[in-house]
Design a protein around this ligand. Structure first.
Ligand code: A2P
Length: 276
């Protein structure tokens, strides 16, 4: 079965392809243009970008030049993390649409609960303001779904208490070793769908011996074990690669990881990004 055609359904009924193509850390310009073009050519129909990646222009151009109808593609972008006012959020969204050369996105996310240069700062009031802009955009039909990224239960709780629409999505770093249990449990209870960025732990998981051994047993690659793991957990992984053969490999994950093997993977603890 072609995994790129499989979809999940969000709480508002919007469907999204189970595997997305992540564009974080792909350089604006040719690199992004070629990567997204190759991803689309190989069947990816879910593309994840952000204002902060500075590559929206190239993503938009690749989508346009692909000739694929816009509504066959699930496109996500994100509001920059320092924008925490209503007006600025609306303005930033217009800029994103312009850059992406489209008149709507499928998913619009608040990139983080705090500016990236002030991680942990309490921006709850600002998040409520930005969220009200997201709600307006959603009500206008210019984002088919809205959500957040990198939010923990505390920030989500505040948002839900003070605004109208419960986020449809929380996109978080989620991969073997980083179980994010509290956030996942909270989101499950509120019907907030989890998207998993960096499913390969930005590549660091691929050298893990347990994962390598398991991959051999299954006759797949370590990357495929990592991506399949996120799917077994009911999340949508967003693997990034600038290499076409890897994009293809990352989508060939139509196999099942046995429960006892999932337990072995669950037992791997720690953030692989820090293993170096
Ligand atoms: P590259 O873009 O050069 O292919 P993550 O999605 O967790 O952020 O991981 C992305 C990193 O993993 C990138 O460095 C990417 O490198 C690498 N990568 C992606 N897919 C594969 C794969 N199938 N095999 C090996 N490395 C991969």
């Amino acid at each position: 079965m072609n995994m790129l055609k499989q979809t999940y359904r969000l709480s508002n009924g919007t469907e999204l392809p189970k595997i997305g193509f992540g564009t974080w850390q792909i350089k604006p310009g040719d690199e992004t243009y070629h990567a997204v073009s190759a991803a689309l050519k190989n069947g990816y129909r879910h593309i994840d970008t952000a204002e902060a990646y500075r590559n929206e222009e190239s993503v938009g151009q690749a989508i346009k030049d692909s000739g694929i109808p816009r509504d066959d593609i699930f496109l996500t972008t994100k509001l920059e993390s320092h924008i925490k006012t209503y007006d600025e959020a609306l303005e930033a969204f217009e800029k994103s649409l312009d850059a992406l050369k489209t008149d709507y996105v499928d998913l619009f996310l608040i990139h983080a609960p705090w500016p990236w240069n002030e991680i942990g700062k309490d921006c709850k009031v600002g998040n409520r303001e930005a969220w009200k802009a997201m709600e307006k955009i959603y009500e206008e039909g210019r984002a088919k779904a809205i959500g957040v990224s990198n939010f923990k239960p505390d920030d989500l709780e505040d948002l839900i208490r003070h605004t109208t629409i419960v986020p449809h999505v929380n996109q978080i770093a989620y991969f073997i070793g980083l179980d994010q249990k509290e956030t996942i449990d909270y989101c499950l209870a509120k019907d907030i769908f989890i998207e998993a960025y960096s499913p390969l732990g930005i590549g660091y998981l691929l050298g893990n011996e347990t994962i390598k051994d398991m991959a051999k047993r299954y006759g797949v690659s370590p990357a495929q074990i990592c991506i399949r793991y996120d799917l077994e957990k009911g999340t949508a992984p967003l693997p990034k690669s600038v290499h076409e053969h890897r994009m293809i490999e990352n989508a060939q994950v139509d196999f099942k990881i046995k429960d006892e093997d999932m337990r072995i993977l669950d037992a791997i603890k720690g953030d692989p990004r820090k293993w170096g």
